[in-house]
Design a protein around this ligand. Sequence first.
Ligand code: ATP
Ligand code: MG
Length: 212
Amino acid sequence: MQLVATELFHRFDKTREVLRGVSLTVQADKTSTAVVAPSGSGKTTLLAIIGGLLPPTSGEVHVESGSRSMSVRDQVSWVFQTTGLLSRRSAWDNAAMGASALGRPRQEIESSVDEALAAVGLSDHANERAGILSGGEAQRLGVARAVATGLPFILADEPTGQLDRANSRLVADALFEAVQVAAGGLVLVTHDLDLASRCDRTLSLLDGKLRE
Ligand SMILES: Nc1ncnc2c1ncn2[C@@H]1O[C@H](COP(=O)(O)OP(=O)(O)OP(=O)(O)O)[C@@H](O)[C@H]1O
Ligand SMILES: [Mg+2]
């Protein structure tokens, strides 16, 4: 299975083109890709497009498995740069949101959510409202929510941006482990060069183009 983006161009207004011909193939083969680039260079835009959340101005994204084409949205889970949690719901409910939306059996959801919360060090916070979590705890919860889906592709937008070294490692381990278990592919955007160096390849986004 692979996630294929071809010749993506994107502009938000008439003047500035954020993406200028980006092509990227992400294999579901337990590998990881880091995208490293300065603030404002279009990383979040690129992830939104390859995850099927934002239609590109031109270009195309699809998931293929053998000769079959599949909906991108059904195969991709997200770690958003702004965590997008429901503040009045418990940490556990938030972590279960993605997995529940997939209609998984209750028992399966329960075990994958418990495991994902443990992996990011939040088991003790499971019953707390997400709204009272610290910024870093909220960020780890966003990672748990993606990991608990078990979907093949994980797109993570600066997943360690607010974390200390130990928790960055915990979150990275959880993401790498998730793509191993799902035999999937991980794309992560980061400014953390330690984290980028743990990925199988690193790409930079410069002047709207991806480079090795
Ligand atoms: N909805 C939008 N409408 C107009 N312009 C936008 C929109 N979203 C992003 N942009 C612009 O597109 C450019 C790229 O934004 P993007 O969020 O993709 O950057 P980024 O590389 O993720 O930056 P950061 O590292 O700060 O998160 C920025 O100049 C931003 O202002
Ligand atoms: Mg961004």
